[in-house]
Structures are given as structure tokens and as C-alpha cells.
Design a protein around this ligand. Structure first.
Ligand code: CMC
Length: 428
């Protein structure tokens, strides 16, 4: 077993080294504080392994992403979102019978309790669908209690109901009547039907749209210890139930540096378009440290190479637009912006490449999905990953309540001064 040696004030400490199946190496500092009194400091956890996991492998330097060992490229080409859900949550690819039984279960649990419609009515019309989704998922705990016997069933319930909650939150947002799930449609087609059908006009989703959405959902299905997955694990580590943990993950995802980036990319491209398409101006703004503007959809904590998900979407977006007979000027701006950034020293030096969000919004737009729903789409895709991470955390005997330490940099001990004395000492 390899070890690492830490020398402090002339005393050496041996720390165990953990090696993963893909030869990733970590120094295990679990015993560091009891042996030395020291902690490690790593704001943003960029160098901190929070767990050992068997779900997803990323090699950021080489742009590799695999779920349970299977390359994302193969899953996108050969699998379906429902099959990938099964793979992530249960750890293996299903047999035909297992897949059919799983798909049937997802259909039979897709309805919401009728009372939940009253919750939707309570939100103001302007409520963002992500806010509604997070609140509705948290409220599922009230209907489906968390008991050890219920865990597996609650996982299926959540996988089945999230798309109904998402579609209802959209209908609420645009003021249309809710459309109920249909059991004769597969998962992705059913979601599109709940989104786009109106009572006066039946809607049959086209194969092109179903395939495109299925691909986008697979591409978002998991991404190891990202901000929202870590949030799910952290909330779950306190013993909070599945619904509370996933609701917290949805809130974490909503931020513009995480899942909200897909919305921010479209807003950025629209702004560039409205501003006459001056790419140099926006590249310069992104490089200017005094300007808060960043190139949205660019850069990643882990990928220091082209994000393999962005590569797949970029290839696919042209095909879908062509099949749908659409021409989106934002796609042209995005491609030119990417080319300009990839030639710029600032982006080259920092290894900043397009991430999954750079082209996904253009595909969502082509499918008729409005910008305010983009992050909700990310949440539907990411759900199996969150559930797999939550389940793994629950079943890991090494799990303890997540509770980082800090280095205190505040005031040293001082004594309370009565308000009269403080006021007298400070002239008005
Ligand atoms: N535009 C301009 N500069 C950037 C960008 C960008 N998009 N991203 C990083 N940088 C610079 C950053 O200013 C820093 O420069 P310097 O070394 O001179 O201070 C350097 O690159 C390293 O960046 P960082 O902020 O330290 O990197 P991070 O790992 O903390 O942040 C990130 C990663 C994804 C939050 C960041 O790249 C970013 O804000 N990107 C834009 C938002 C975005 O697209 N988010 C979606 C991420 S992928 C989907 C998901 O997983 O949710």
C-alpha cells in the first residue's frame, strides 16, 4: 500500500494513498487532524475528493466521460435515456425484461396526487419553473413518507413524476391547462406531449424531436461530484430524505455558473446579436478582470480539454436544425464565437473550451422549448445521476455527516461594550 509523507516541524507523518480503478491517486487525510491538529484548506473543493464512487469517471485532461464504465459516446449512439437511468441507479445495463418492467413502472407512477395541483395554483404566474420544481419535489415528502421499505419505490416515483412536475410548472408559467401523462407514450415523447399539447389540439411529438431530447437527457445524466450532486450528497448525509436532498440539488443547479449557464448562453448570444454581432468586443469583455462578463458556456472545473458532451451536441445540432428545416442565426454566432475564443491566447492559456451548455440551448430552442425551461430540462436529465449519488452515499459505510472545517480569520476575543458607551464614543 503506497503512502505519502508529510513533514511538519521536523516530525514526519505517513498518510495512506488511495488509488482508483483508473489510477487516479489521492492522499487520504482522514486521520490528519487527530495526528497533527491540522486541517487542509481548499476553497471550492477543487482538490478535495469527498468520496470514493463507482458511478461516473471523468478524465478532464483528455475529455473522457464514462458512466459505470460505458463511454458517453456509445450511450448516446446506442442507448435510451430510460436505459441510462437504469444503468446509473442500479449499476448495470438491464436485460430486455428488466428494461420493460422498469419503463412500465415509470409509466404507472407518472401521475401527481391531485391535491398537488393546488400547490401550483399558489405560485404567482411569474414564478420561474426551477423555483416551482424545487418546491414541488421537496413537497413530495409529504405524500410519500421516507421509510426504509419505501426507498426503492420512492426512487421510481421521483424518476416518474419529475417530468410531470416539470411540464406542469411550464404550463403554470404560460397559463395553460395542465396536460396529464399518457401511458402509451415512452418517457421522452410523453414529456413533449405534456409540454406542448393544448386541449383543443392533440400533439404527436415527431421522431426527430424525441431522439434529440433523449440525447440531451442522456448527455446530462450524471457528472460525478459537481456542485448539485455534492449538494445532494451533503444534504442526504444528515439523514434528510430523498426528496429533500434532490430538491436541494435542483436549487444548486439553478445558478448561472452551473445548470443556469444554458439559459445564460442564449441570453449572451442574443445580446451579441442585438449589439451588431461584434465578437471582438465580447471576447475583450470576457478577458477584462474588471468586467463581470464571462463567456457563458465556456470553461469547466474538470475539463481542460473539449467537453465531450459539447462535442456530441455540436455535431448533432446541425443535423437536427436541418431535419426540422430551421436556421438559427444564434448558431452561427455561437460557432464564430467559439472559433474566435479557441484562437485567443487568454482562452488557450487557461484551457477554456466550450462546455455542455454552449450548444445545448440552441438545440432546445430548435425543439420549441422556451429559455426559461432550459435549466429544468437539465434537472430532468440529471435526476438519475443525483439519485445514484444519493443511493451510493446512503449505502457507503464510510459516510459521515458532511461537515467541513474552516480557518477562522475574524476578530480575536473582545468584550461586550454597553450600547450607551458605544454611542457616546461614536460622534453622530
Ligand atoms: N470566461 C472568461 N474567463 C473565464 C471563464 C469564462 N467562461 N471561465 C474561467 N475563466 C477564467 C477565470 O477568470 C480564471 O482566470 P484567472 O486564472 O486569470 O483568474 C481562470 O479562467 C480559471 O477559472 P475559474 O473561475 O478559477 O475556474 P472554476 O473551475 O472555478 O470555474 C466555471 C469553472 C465553469 C464556473 C467557469 O469556467 C465559468 O464561470 N464558466 C462560465 C459558466 C458556465 O459555462 N458554467 C457551466 C459549467 S458546465 C455545466 C455544469 O456542470 O453545470
Amino acid at each position: 500500500m503506497p503512502t505519502a509523507t508529510l513533514t511538519l516541524n521536523g516530525t514526519s507523518y505517513e498518510l495512506p494513498v488511495v488509488v482508483g480503478t483508473e489510477n487516479e491517486v489521492a492522499i487520504d487525510i482522514t486521520g490528519l487532524r487527530s495526528a497533527t491538529g491540522l486541517i487542509t484548506l481548499d476553497p471550492g473543493y477543487g482538490n478535495t475528493g469527498s468520496c470514493e464512487s463507482r458511478i461516473t469517471y471523468i478524465d478532464g485532461a483528455n475529455g473522457v466521460l464514462r458512466h459505470r464504465g460505458y463511454p458517453i459516446e456509445e450511450l448516446c449512439e446506442k442507448s435510451s435515456f430510460v436505459e441510462v437511468c437504469y444503468l446509473l441507479v442500479y449499476g448495470t445495463l438491464p436485460t430486455q425484461d428488466e428494461l420493460e418492467a422498469f419503463a412500465r413502472k415509470l409509466k404507472s407512477h407518472s401521475l401527481l396526487h391531485e391535491d398537488m395541483k393546488k400547490f401550483f395554483e399558489g405560485f404567482p404566474p411569474s414564478a420561474h419553473p426551477m423555483t416551482v420544481l424545487s418546491a414541488m419535489v421537496a413537497s413530495l415528502s409529504a405524500y410519500y413518507p421516507d421509510t426504509p421499505e419505501n426507498v426503492d419505490l420512492n426512487i421510481v416515483r421521483l424518476l416518474a413524476k419529475l417530468k410531470t412536475l416539470a411540464a406542469f410548472s411550464y404550463k403554470k408559467f404560460i397559463g395553460q391547462p395542465y396536460i396529464y401523462p399518457r401511458n402509451d407514450l415512452d418517457f421522452t415523447a410523453d414529456f413533449l406531449h405534456m409540454m406542448f399539447e393544448v386541449p383543443s389540439e392533440p400533439y404527436e411529438p415527431s421522431e426527430t424531436l424525441v431522439k434529440a431530447l433523449d440525447l440531451l437527457l442522456i448527455l446530462h445524466a450524471d457528472h460525478e461530484q459537481n456542485c448539485s450532486a455534492s449538494t445532494v450528497r451533503m444534504v442526504g448525509s444528515s439523514g434528510a430524505d430523498l426528496f429533500a436532498s434532490i430538491s436541494a440539488g435542483i436549487s444548486a443547479l439553478s445558478g448561472p455558473l452551473h445548470g443556469g449557464a444554458n439559459t445564460a448562453v442564449i441570453k449572451m448570444l442574443q445580446q451579441i446579436q442585438a449589439d451588431g454581432g461584434d465578437l471582438d468586443k465580447y471576447i475583450a469583455k470576457a478577458k477584462d478582470k474588471d468586467d463581470p462578463f464571462r463567456l457563458m458556456g465556456f470553461g469547466h472545473r474538470v475539463y481542460k480539454n473539449y467537453d465531450p458532451r459539447a462535442r456530441i451536441i455540436k455535431r448533432y445540432v446541425d443535423e437536427v436544425l436541418q431535419e426540422l428545416g430551421l436556421d438559427d442565426p444564434l448558431l452561427d454566432i455561437a460557432k464564430r464565437l467559439e472559433a474566435a475564443a479557441l484562437e485567443d491566447e487568454y482562452f488557450i492559456e487557461r484551457k477554456l473550451f466550450p462546455n455542455v451548455d454552449f450548444y445545448s440551448g440552441i438545440l432546445y430552442r430548435a425543439m420549441g422549448i422556451p429559455t426559461d425551461m432550459f435549466t429544468v430540462m437539465f434537472a430532468i436529465g440529471r435526476l438519475p445521476g443525483w439519485i445514484a449519488q444519493w443511493k451510493e452515499m446512503k449505502n457507503d459505510p464510510k459516510t459521515r455527516i458532511n461537515r467541513p472545517r474552516q480557518i477562522y480569520q475574524g476578530e480575536r476575543l473582545r468584550h461586550y461594550v454597553p450600547i450607551e458607551e458605544r454611542s457616546a464614543a461614536t460622534p453622530a
